[in-house]
Design a protein around this ligand. Structure first.
Ligand code: ADP
Length: 644
């Protein structure tokens, strides 16, 4: 359908990515455009830090393919910036399709080498011997965990340098990230199959997650695409279970934060991970994504990021029927009931909202407060927010760092502007911080309604033409000023697009307070979204906590607590927040194949060998080098082995 000269396009998007949806293939220069325009040379202080990191061997500025550090084929690079200062921290390769294909080949070769034991005695045992966990069926080494922990400080500094979060929070991320490596190294020992009671008496039914008594049944080569908000933990949460199952991996970190990923890869090499098992490529995101999607050798894509890119990957994975895990945007409600403990509710909401300056997918996007406690909560919460120190993540006592880039700040500004235009009141903040750059004041806004972008209940649809006609649909009645700013931010002023609709997350340090009267109303408001990742409730009524939890359409619920992620619990969303789970024993299945096996109770084959006795298969069998070894037990005599 066209409207005059205008081609119709509906493009849903979330988080900080809308501008990228409208750009075609990223070139290195366009990649830089997503970052602040203000890139500067390093100050003495940063220079010293970078020199220290370089001499520790952890500041890697090349991709990792087949165990070798490599540049882009054409030598192209992208700049990595410190969001707090705009300084260029490093240049890393701007890779694309051909480097990704190299990484896929190396991961596939490494996988086949392990899976099929093509050279069982020499090559394969050498590979295992190089791993400290010799004899184990996994690529994991306990050393990887130890190395991450022992380099907590350097990794934390890298995270703060390229992502901006305060150093203490960054080191917390290292511990959290390392916990996935430790957990899955242990969990590999606990992958169980099943025995299913048969419907017919003369057969046995098994479910296997192992291809032999030694080796698990991995899905194969995995493409892991990760965001910038947790430069380490989002990688280890994927790579941990993948390696534990015996998969090989190509990691594509965000171009905004590749240095932490490269440092973690260096530590994996130091731990003895064989060439090709872990590869890291970065650069032109859609080219890399397309190469991963097109390859039949890549059997799974695991992704954390925006809903828009997640949908694109889901569609692209159909061509080769890949397995998918998607951890997409959230729109977390945080419900505070009249009967909540005020201090607990304030502390919990603060943690749920302001972690990483509001830049996580489980951040409380909507603080929904019951009318009886609303004013008291708004007052106490604003005081707590006011006490948070804003600044460069390396400064002592700082709790709120900068936003990731200029585009992120402009989005926050336009959301706040929309809320004010529609009648919300700014209790605190509401503007850029006097520190400049990408710092934004921690903000509390009251009287927010579901019509405002801040609570993401508004589906904004606009018509845009290249001669400037703009019309707003679906009651999203915003000021023209706001519209023009938004369109400029989304890069639409020169784009021939007729209709855009999007659901957005603020992804910044802005806490919107909404008011409700009844429990039913709170549940309706909380569930009135396409997302379903995390939710929080604050109440002292035990019955209510269970009732509300069960009514919420969310994958994770925290009761009287704002920080709920841990490696031992499943993380993942309902509805359009994604597919699959990460972390915990449930996260392991995402990287394992399951084989159903049926065989008769009596082994007829034995008759061919003129065995007269009846044998009953009792306890174990294994596939090894394409031969089946039946370990059978005679009902009359001792256990015996038969090779077919
Ligand atoms: P965010 O808003 O958190 O940046 P994105 O979905 O844009 O979320 O980015 C998450 C990850 O997905 C990043 O590593 C980014 O480079 C990558 N990415 C973005 N577009 C594509 C694409 N078309 N194909 C594959 N990966 C992509």
């Amino acid at each position: 359908m066209t409207l005059g000269r205008i081609a119709l396009a509906r493009i849903p998007a979330t988080r900080g990515t809308i501008h990228r949806l409208f750009s075609t293939t990223l070139s290195s220069s366009s990649t830089n455009r997503t970052s602040p325009p203000l890139s500067r040379h390093m100050s003495m202080k940063s220079d010293n830090l970078v020199s220290k990191l370089t001499s520790s061997g952890l500041l890697k500025t090349q991709g990792l393919i087949d165990g070798k550090w490599v540049d882009a084929h054409d030598g192209d690079t992208i700049k990595v910036l410190n969001p707090a200062t705009g300084e260029v921290v490093a240049n890393v390769p701007c890779m694309g399709q051909s480097e990704t294909n190299d990484a896929i080949s190396s991961a596939y070769d490494a996988f086949r080498c392990k899976k099929l034991h093509t050279e069982p005695t020499v090559q394969f045992s050498k590979m295992l011997a190089s791993m400290p966990s010799e004899g184990n069926d996994t690529w994991m080494s306990p050393l990887q965990y130890d190395l991450l922990i022992s380099h907590k400080e350097e990794l934390g500094q890298l995270i703060t340098l390229e992502q901006g979060k305060p150093l203490k929070e960054a080191m917390g991320e290292v511990i959290y990230g390392a916990s996935f490596i430790e957990f899955y190294a242990e969990e590999a020992k606990r992958v169980y199959g099943d025995i299913i009671p048969a419907t017919l008496g003369d057969r046995r039914l098994f479910v296997l997650k192992q291809q032999s008594h030694e080796f698990l049944q991995p899905v194969g080569v995995v493409g892991a695409i990760t965001p910038w908000n947790f430069p380490l933990a989002m990688i280890t949460r994927k790579v941990g279970p993948a390696l534990a199952c015996g998969c090989t991996v190509i990691v594509k970190p965000s171009e905004l934060t590749p240095l932490t990923a490269l440092a973690a890869a260096e530590l994996a090499l130091q731990a003895g991970i064989p060439p090709g098992v872990l590869n890291v490529v970065m650069g032109k995101a859609s080219d890399i994504g397309d190469a991963l999607l097109a390859s039949p050798e890549v059997r799974k894509i695991t992704f954390t990021g925006s809903t828009a890119v997640g949908k694109k990957l889901m569609a692209g994975a159909a061509g080769t029927v890949k397995r998918l895990s998607l951890e997409l945007g959230g729109n977390a409600p945080c419900i505070v009931f009249d009967d909540a403990d005020l201090d607990v509710a304030v502390k919990g909401s603060l943690a749920a909202k302001f972690r990483n300056s509001g830049q996580t997918c489980v951040c409380a996007n909507r603080i929904i407060v019951q009318e009886g406690i609303y004013d008291k909560f708004a007052d106490a919460f604003s005081k707590a927010v006011q006490s948070m120190q804003v600044g460069d993540g390396f400064s002592e006592g700082v709790m709120q760092g900068p936003l990731i880039n200029e585009a992120a700040v402009q989005k926050v500004e336009s959301f706040v502007e929309d809320a004010i235009f529609k009648g919300a009141k700014v209790l605190l903040g509401g503007k850029r911080h006097s520190l400049g750059m990408t710092f934004y004041e921690p903000t509390v806004i009251s009287d927010v309604t579901e019509a405002m972008l801040l609570s993401r209940q508004t589906k904004l649809e606009v018509l845009v033409s290249d001669w400037g006609l703009i019309q707003v649909y679906n009651g999203a009645c915003c000021g023209l000023h706001f519209l023009f700013r938004s369109l400029k931010y989304f890069g639409l002023h020169s784009v021939d697009i007729s209709s855009i609709s999007f659901w957005e997350e603020v992804f910044g340090p802005v806490a919107p307070l909404l008011r409700f009267k009844t429990e039913e109303e709170a549940i309706l408001m909380a569930n009135n979204t396409k997302a379903g990742l995390a939710a929080y409730i604050f109440t002292n009524n035990v019955q209510r906590s269970w009732r509300v939890t069960e009514a919420l359409e969310y994958g994770l619920v925290g009761v009287n607590e704002g920080l709920i992620s841990t490696e031992v619990a499943p993380f993942g969303g309902l509805k359009q927040s994604g597919l699959g789970r990460e972390g915990s024993k449930y996260g392991m299945d995402e990287y394992l194949e399951m084989i159903y096996l049926l065989y008769p109770d009596e082994i007829c084959l034995l008759r061919r060998h003129e065995q007269k006795m009846r044998f009953k298969v009792c306890y174990q069998f294994a596939a090894h080098n394409h031969k089946v070894i039946w370990i059978a037990e005679s009902v009359q005599s001792r256990p015996f082995e038969y090779e077919a």
